[in-house]
Design a protein around this ligand. Structure first.
Ligand code: ADP
Length: 418
């Protein structure tokens, strides 16, 4: 029996999942981030990575054939010729790139994904104006740097992480407008996620009891890893994430891009993963109900009868997808006295917005929806699943696996098969 290791560097902590040849989970380990006071994040990442390795039972570690790592999308850093970070990393949600957006607009094509304050390219431009840039040799994403610690090769990334850097995932090259920028830094060579990069550094193999020929494969981002974990594979299959917000992703043979609605597509082998995100979702439910109330009130709802209440549940004005209106007002009235009726109206309205989202993707020529997997806190709510099924008119199933680390372990298996 061989084993494969997926490691997820997410927003709340790092996780490792070991699977076998049949993709069954054999071991799991967690490393939560300290709630405050972390001053040196790259050291914290390195400690998390190495600690997770030690948490895997030794008998499994000895037979790990391949490892892949996912990081949070657009968490980036600059390193020197030896791979040592020259400054603190910029995290996925860091908006300091807003100061270079005007500059970015002057050379990037209109409506391009890089035209956002938090894009990797906006971050690189901002970093290039800081004093520490003088020592920098390479620009890397979080997942690239963590994989480097294992395989020792600098300047390698994957096309999921590199999308927001401006890499052309259709032509599989950096576009001319980006090359013309001549930022004095080495951009990573970009590989398909899951491609074997190289064997482990000998000292890592020796120190952690891993095989010397264990392969380290190109990684991915956290949200794509979570999609891969669901098991969705065919055009028309989709994953809805019912977390604080509502995020939908539909596998399609056509690439869908529409910056007006915040829709863009990741490449997934020969297919495209088109996605959109609405500000409605679990955060609104959480504002009105505790988790216990959500469970007990949901059980009292008759899911086969439609609620007459037509809300647009938001905590503040504005949405982008499936309605693009920065001033869209929340619609949460009339509010019935009975909390069960109110919750019914909310669940029904969010389900309607989800269905509208999939309809919009299909109007933009995505493949026809055939099945929806569900992830996130709302996935466990059976009443909601039944309501959603009524609107979506396709089977709504919960994903057996939703962990990003599991999806990344699947990439490691693919790496060995390649
Ligand atoms: P995120 O990681 O996006 O913050 P999670 O996937 O952890 O979110 O899901 C948390 C959300 O799930 C909360 O906003 C909460 O209101 C919602 N939630 C929790 N339990 C239920 C339930 N039984 N039915 C519907 N929503 C729920």
């Amino acid at each position: 029996m061989n084993f494969y290791l997926g490691i997820d560097f997410g927003t709340s902590g790092a996780r490792a999942v070991v699977i076998d040849d049949a993709a069954c989970i054999q071991a799991e380990a967690k490393y939560p981030w300290a709630s405050s006071g972390v001053s040196d994040w790259v050291t914290a990442w390195q400690t998390a990575l190495l600690t997770l390795l030690t948490k895997i039972p030794e008998e499994l570690r000895r037979k790990i054939k391949a490892i892949a790592i996912n990081g949070t999308s657009s968490t980036v850093l600059l390193v020197d010729a030896l791979g040592k970070p020259v400054d603190a990393p910029l995290f996925y949600n860091d908006g300091r790139g807003s100061s270079v957006l005007e500059q970015l607009r002057s050379f990037a094509p209109a409506n391009h994904t890089v035209l956002s304050a938090t894009s990797s390219l906006a971050k690189l431009l901002w970093m290039s104006q800081q004093p520490s840039f003088a020592e920098a040799q390479y620009f890397l994403h979080q997942a690239d740097w963590l994989a480097f610690l294992l395989h020792g090769q600098l300047a390698i990334s994957d096309y999921h992480n590199a999308l927001k850097l401006g890499y052309d995932v259709e032509e599989l090259k950096y576009p001319e407008w980006l090359e013309n920028l001549q930022i004095p830094i080495q951009l990573p060579k970009v590989l398909p996620p899951g491609t074997p990069i190289g064997e482990l550094r000998p000292e890592i193999a020796a120190n952690f009891g891993l095989p010397v020929d264990c392969l380290v494969c190109a990684g991915t981002t956290d949200s794509i890893a979570a999609f891969l974990a669901s098991g969705a594979k065919l055009p028309g299959e989709a994953v809805t994430s019912l977390g604080s917000t509502l995020v939908i992703k539909l596998l399609s043979r056509t690439r869908i891009e529409n910056s007006q609605y915040g829709i863009y597509s990741h490449r997934l082998g020969d297919l495209w993963l088109a996605g959109g995100a609405s500000n409605t979702g679990g955060a609104v439910l959480k504002h009105f109900f505790t988790d216990t109330e959500l469970e007990s009130f949901s059980r009292q709802i008759n899911a086969s009868t439609a609620s007459d209440l037509n809300y647009y549940p938001l905590l503040q004005p504005g949405d982008r997808f499936p309605i693009n209106d920065p001033h869209l007002p929340p619609r949460l009235t009339p509010r019935p006295d009975n909390p069960v009726e109110f919750l019914h109206g909310l669940l029904e309205s969010i389900a309607r917005i989800e269905a509208q989202g999939y309809k919009l993707l299909q109007q933009m020529q995505a493949d026809q929806l055939s099945r929806v997997y569900t992830a996130g806190g709302g996935a466990a709510n059976e009443t909601w699943t039944a309501i959603r099924q009524r609107y979506l008119k396709v089977p709504v199933v919960s994903s057996v696996n939703t962990e990003a680390a599991y999806g990344t372990a699947l990439l490691a298996i693919q790496g060995v098969e390649k």
